[in-house]
Design a protein around this ligand. Sequence first.
Ligand SMILES: Cc1cc2nc3c(=O)[nH]c(=O)nc-3n(C[C@H](O)[C@H](O)[C@H](O)COP(=O)(O)OP(=O)(O)OC[C@H]3O[C@@H](n4cnc5c(N)ncnc54)[C@H](O)[C@@H]3O)c2cc1C
Length: 485
Amino acid sequence: MTWHPWRRTFLATGAAVVGFDPSTRTWVTDAAQSQGMVDLPLLKGKVMTDPASRGQAADDFGHLIHRTPRAVLEPGDVTDIMLMMRYCRTHGLQVAARGQGHATFGQGQVEGGLIVDMTPLNAVEVREDTAVVEAGALWSSLAQATLAHGLTPPVFTDYLELSVGGTLSVGGLGGQTHHHGSQADNVVELEVVTGDAALRRCSAQLRRDLFHAVLAGRGQCGIITRVTMRLRPAPATVRHYLLSYPSVAALTADQRRVVHDGRFAYVEGELGLPTGSAGWSHQLEAVAFFDGSTPPDDAKLLDGLGDQPGDRQIQDMSYFDFLNRLAAGVADLKSAGEWYRPHPWWNMFLPASRTDAFVEAVIEDLTETEVGASGVVLLYPFPRARLRLPLLRVPDEETVFLFTLLRTASHGAGSPEDMVEANRSLYLRARAAGGYQYPVGSIPTTPEEWRTHYGPAWAAFEAAHERYDPDGILTPGQGVFPPGP
Ligand SMILES: Cc1cc2nc3c(=O)[nH]c(=O)nc-3n(C[C@H](O)[C@H](O)[C@H](O)COP(=O)(O)OP(=O)(O)OC[C@H]3O[C@@H](n4cnc5c(N)ncnc54)[C@H](O)[C@@H]3O)c2cc1C
């Protein structure tokens, strides 16, 4: 038998794989060599088939869908991804990248296929005004690395422990989006392993079709391996404002006002479930950046706003503590077990002209049973013009709102199945009101509905998919394109 240095790694793990047997369609471990085995390519990393690795890859933050892959690749470098993509293509196996597995409805899972665990590819290099980041890096690591140079990515999601590749595959939105677009809008260049096993660079100038099919492209054309991202000067400190409103309409009026005049650096909003005799709460969350010595002018920032002045909460904190503000709450949810419960999330964009009526009607019937003890309802707007990517579909109005029901199937709440069913009917209502899905939630959606969703962008998306993933092996869990032959 020929000795390969890489095999030693496999033998040491005990569960690693050396090939795929097309006759039985099973992966073959070193200990179970068999007739018809096709050797795996020479890899720097590992292919794992042990139950723990496959079980983890068959789950996500939603805990609603479980599709078990045959194997999980821990790539040693990008070449491993290319080699395994070619291997899977040859053997008709489907492939999906996994960042942090924070999708909620099996979007990154592959029954009987290969999961590429992106976590080993996590290098971050900060240059003059850009960062070059491997796609498995976490936003928290990227923030720490750039802040050491006084720089920051322009837009963050609320939670930092998501992978760069995972959020760029959906868009990546946050309170800074009203100034700077989605995270994907701030990408300068990508390196991608496409479904035909080639490694390609792309940007707005180079292979624009691929660039626009990968950003917010839900892994349908390639696996993002490296990203060049724009950076901005980072503030040292922020002043954080929580403003209370008596109604949805009063909240959204001020949100629209401040996102259009741009007085704050960050704007979001949250609706709180009724407690005791109090009804729903409506809060605007905003942030102003400052250098630590010259505080923001509160009177100017709050001028003309219609919130309840007696309920204002204002505090200063470091920029990183602000970015990382969910960390303590997440630790609490973990210790209470809520973090590990099913999460049938619902996330949609609404046209501003329909938002107040739609949201008021929805929350009228909403109780803790429907959203769970730790459920969160978010509502905040962006000027539509800030979102420039063809695949991040939003309503065609000057202002659009992101409305989310981040449900948790807590003990005592409704069942996960009921929540998913409720998501589906609410999706249909929102569609009828001109809304579009932000595809990170748990809404059963047919390929035909996705085709309609993408509307004018569909033809280019489909053409890119046929060109770059000709066998249709990539990311079937998104349910966008029917599986290949
Ligand atoms: C607690 C929490 C808070 C969140 N907050 C926000 C928020 O504020 N704003 C917001 O916009 N979103 C938010 N999200 C949603 C989140 O951005 C998406 O679910 C994101 O896709 C998760 O990233 P991930 O690394 O876990 O990706 P995964 O769940 O691992 O993957 C998601 C999808 O992307 C694909 N994918 C992953 N990596 C790559 C890659 N390198 N190349 C190609 N495809 C890839 C996967 O195959 C899968 O289809 C939040 C989610 C959670 C759980």
